[in-house]
Design a protein around this ligand. Structure first.
Ligand SMILES: NC(=O)c1ccc[n+]([C@@H]2O[C@H](COP(=O)([O-])OP(=O)(O)OC[C@H]3O[C@@H](n4cnc5c(N)ncnc54)[C@H](OP(=O)(O)O)[C@@H]3O)[C@@H](O)[C@H]2O)c1
Length: 329
């Protein structure tokens, strides 16, 4: 490849715009590691950034894409050598740092994770921020939370990226998983990932009572709003609820009753600024625990050239599982 490469770039003049552009290495950020990017992905947040539905990009012009995997082609960082395979998740990519929708990236090596041998560059993006957030959610749930056998774990936004990986991880750890989805047509798919049961998300989507019948030993919530409020209200005494998403809304129309009467714990999950030690644990556990056959079943190929046109789909909840974006196509 010559010095120039293709990138998906957001600009903001009078209004938000986003399109493919040809850039050169001089357009990249300052950093001590240069990466030849092989794969990226399409997360919910990428959908927001590409369409401009939320102000994700904090500078312009900006290469979008919150994730990438690739191979180091230049390094002045003591932790990385040419040829190392690396993954970048969040840490400001697509916000105030150039992101992964480009065939080249330059970044501080302090923000990169070396990929475990058993995870290929394509698999790293089938996992992506969504899968790594699913593992962070599982880790948060397991931190003084329910053990397998203590009762069912509810996963909301089940057919999405975080939800589907969370189901696979939790089921393989021995938890009984109940998957809440708006797409009951995906019930068999969710069961193939390990869900013991599925329920229609409509039952969780509307405003509910502050305390409801105790059902869940734990919850992995990707949806927020009334869904999260109802999930908290249905959580058993001493249960743990993790909250990572806002697919339904950023509001939380709940009361303190489940916290003060049932000792329920609400644990936030952030992937973007998660400290390096937690990231390394998450990626190492993904290498050991994620069933790669299930990962393949829940992922699909997406050429880089189609990312722009497919971005609205993920905001409309039409994307199943995880997109693997091949930068060469
Ligand atoms: N905290 C973090 O660091 C972090 C990291 C990654 C993602 N996130 C957030 O986590 C959420 C999930 O991310 P993702 O990448 O998995 O997105 P995704 O693939 O689009 O999945 C979101 C899922 O939520 C459900 N959903 C969508 N609209 C809904 C609505 N109006 N009401 C109820 N459910 C709805 C759908 O599942 P069903 O079709 O099965 O109902 C959809 O597949 C997003 O809000 C994302 O921003 C946060």
């Amino acid at each position: 490849m010559s010095d120039s490469f293709k990138a998906l770039v957001a600009r903001k003049d009078d209004s938000h715009s986003c399109d493919y552009e040809t850039l050169t290495l001089d357009d990249l950020d300052v950093g001590d590691v240069t990466v030849s990017v092989d794969y990226s992905t399409l997360n919910f947040k990428d959908g927001l950034a590409i369409t401009g539905a939320a102000p994700i990009a904090q500078r312009q012009p900006l290469i979008l894409g919150i994730d990438y995997s690739g191979t180091v082609i230049e390094s002045q960082h003591t932790g990385f050598n040419v040829g190392d395979r690396v993954v970048m998740n969040g840490y400001g990519a697509s916000e105030y740092l150039h992101g992964g929708y480009a065939e080249r990236a330059r970044v501080s090596g302090d923000l990169l994770v070396k990929l475990p041998d058993s995870i290929s560059n394509a698999q790293a993006m089938a996992i992506g921020t969504a899968g790594y957030t699913a593992m962070l959610s599982v880790m948060a749930l397991q931190n003084n939370g329910p053990a397998p056998g203590d009762g069912p774990i509810l996963v909301t936004g089940a057919a999405g990226g975080v939800g589907s990986v969370a189901i696979s991880l939790l089921a393989d750890l021995g938890y009984e998983v109940v998957a809440s989805t708006g797409r009951m047509s995906e019930a068999e798919f969710l069961k193939s990932l390990g869900a013991a049961d599925t329920l229609d998300r409509a039952g969780l989507s509307e405003r509910g009572k502050p305390l409801q019948k105790e059902q869940w030993a734990g919850v992995v919530d990707c949806v927020g709003s009334h869904t999260l409020a109802n999930a908290i209200a249905q959580t058993r005494y001493d249960g743990v609820v993790t909250a990572c998403g806002l697919a339904q809304g950023a509001d939380l129309p709940a009361t303190v009753m489940p916290f003060i009467l049932r000792n329920v714990r609400l644990q936030g999950v952030d992937s973007v600024q998660a400290p390096m030690a937690r990231r390394l644990t998450a990626w190492s556990r993904l290498a050991d625990e994620l069933d790669m056959q299930k990962l393949e079943a829940l992922s699909f190929d997406l050429p880089f050239s189609e990312v722009l046109s497919r971005a609205p789909d993920i905001l409309a909840g039409k994307t199943r599982g995880r997109a693997v974006v091949d930068l060469s196509r």
